[in-house]
Design a binder for this molecule. Structure first.
Ligand code: SAM
Ligand code: SF4
Length: 320
């Protein structure tokens, strides 16, 4: 359905768990993460009710995210259920890839069309440091498997100055002979850090750096292409994408809403407002009505990082 600013909202992101097997430095603190009470996390059947109500309002694409969605038991069965809903055109998954190896074929069989894998370094030591314990080899094995079984792959790299920005070219080079979308994401201040701006490398800077080595062509976006501005190295098999929430927000074309693992619906990742869907899970009409309210209240744009909004938000709970 259209929101108050004429944007068509057709994309729902579901964070099915706040749990994660990593502690990425830009997403969670190293220790002391307070987990949601198990009893407060929605059951799959409850998510399905929300999705069904959302499809009646025009939602056609679902992304399952987390925390780390692959740590939640039964996720593949849930994805398969989502994929068979009559009005859903696309089911996608965002994962850190640590549990991908051994499950890629099952994901493909479940009906997942697109797999977003978060990978911030191609160096094992740097990767382990950024993720505080991640094993690059396991992620790469999962990616190989996913490619072999024909899953459409997008790699998400959060670019951080002085941490992994020297790896822009090797990441871009992956697109030369792999049919992957390599997406560079601007660092967002998701954890409490007064000096977060020192980490930020803007999309323009990233593009300029890539352009010094490769001939880069701008592409036009697809139906659900979302916030990534697409590019290609001339002649490459895959594509590049710039996601620039901080330097050049894409609010005017935002097509999404979010539901957290505890059933809070959010119209904007950066907005404090959320609406609890839990009271309406047994009332399809009221559930739909509440989602209409969420979509209608979607703000024209976010002010995050500008000083107009100054607070912390939990990426791992909202799902990125
Ligand atoms: N655990 C899964 C994963 O890492 O892909 C899914 C959840 S994670 C919160 C979703 C996305 O949010 C990931 O691609 C991650 O890189 C991104 N993300 C988390 N914190 C971020 C930050 N501070 N700035 C930019 N992107 C961030
Ligand atoms: Fe976990 Fe994903 Fe957050 Fe990393 S970005 S800590 S993998 S939820």
């Amino acid at each position: 359905m259209p929101d108050a600013y004429g944007r068509t909202i057709n994309y729902l992101r579901l964070s099915i768990t706040d749990r994660c097997n990593l502690r990425c430095r830009y997403c969670m603190p190293e220790t002391g993460v307070v987990q949601k009470n198990c009893a407060d996390i929605l059951r799959y059947e409850e998510f399905l009710r929300i999705v069904t109500a959302a499809t009646e309002l025009g939602i056609r694409k679902i992304r399952v995210t987390g925390g780390e969605p692959l740590v939640r038991k039964g996720v593949i069965g849930f994805l398969a259920q989502l994929a068979t809903l009559p009005d859903i055109d696309e089911v996608a998954l965002t994962t850190n890839g640590m549990l991908l190896a051994g499950q890629a074929q099952a994901l493909k069989d479940s009906g997942v069309g697109c797999l977003n894998v978060s990978l911030d370094s191609l160096n094992g030591k740097t990767y382990a440091e950024i993720t505080r314990g991640g094993d690059l080899e396991r992620v790469l094995a999962g990616l190989d498997e996913a490619q072999a079984c024909g899953l459409k792959i997008k790699l998400n790299m959060v670019v951080m100055r002085g941490v992994n920005d020297h790896e822009l070219l090797p990441f871009a080079a992956l697109s030369l002979d792999k049919p992957w979308a390599i997406r560079f994401i601007e660092y967002m201040p998701a954890i409490r850090e007064p000096d977060w701006r020192r980490n930020l490398v803007s999309g323009a800077e990233i593009l300029a750096e890539l352009g010094r080595k490769y001939p880069i062509e701008a592409l036009s976006g697809g139906r659900y292409c979302g916030p990534a501005k697409p590019y290609r190295i001339a002649g490459a098999l895959g594509t590049l994408g710039m996601i620039t929430p901080m330097s050049e927000h894409f609010c005017s074309s935002c097509n999404r809403i979010r539901v957290t693992s505890t059933g809070a619906a959010k119209s904007c990742i950066f907005n404090d407002d959320s609406v609890d869907l839990k009271p309406w899970l047994n009332n399809p009409l009221k559930l739909r009505h509440t989602l209409v309210q969420v979509i209608s209240a979607k703000p024209a744009q976010h002010h995050f990082g500008t000083g107009l909004a100054n607070r912390e938000f939990t990426m791992s709970n909202i799902g990125g």
